[in-house]
Ligand binder design. Structure first.
Ligand SMILES: [Zn+2]
Length: 126
């Protein structure tokens, strides 16, 4: 490394992962137009490297609180709970079977925070 410093310009943005909220992709605008507005934002549902690994190994369940979501089913209020279960655990814990099958197919799902507690996927204080 030289003493040259790299400044984040207007043409570069680091997006956030839709699933975990962590850093996702670095975008660089081809024609050097400003994409400053995309920095720190979720811009698509492409999983970050971590979430991609989670989805290969299991199913991501994202805890939500419906009562705080204001009816937004596309992007509900998140409780902060984030768990990865195996397919067999999802098949065992989620009913009816058609719902479990759909969750397994999608590799991720929003789930009511209380339901995560009920099925023992998380503990009360974590
Ligand atoms: Zn992620």
């Amino acid at each position: 490394m030289s003493t040259e410093t790299t400044q984040r310009g207007e043409y570069v943005a680091l997006t956030k992962c839709w699933y975990c909220g962590g850093d996702n992709e670095v975008l660089i605008h081809r024609q050097l137009r400003s994409i400053k507005g995309m920095h720190d934002k979720v811009v698509n549902k492409t999983p970050c490297t971590n979430c991609e690994q989670h989805m290969k190994r299991g199913i991501i369940l994202i805890g939500v609180i419906e009562a705080k979501s204001g009816g937004d089913v596309e992007n509900p209020y998140r409780s902060g709970a984030f768990v990865v279960l195996t397919e067999s655990a999802v098949a065992r814990l989620i009913q009816p079977k058609a719902l479990a099958d759909a969750v397994i197919k999608h590799r991720s799902a929003f789930i009511e925070h209380q339901a995560l507690l009920d099925i023992g996927a998380i503990k009360q204080d974590g």
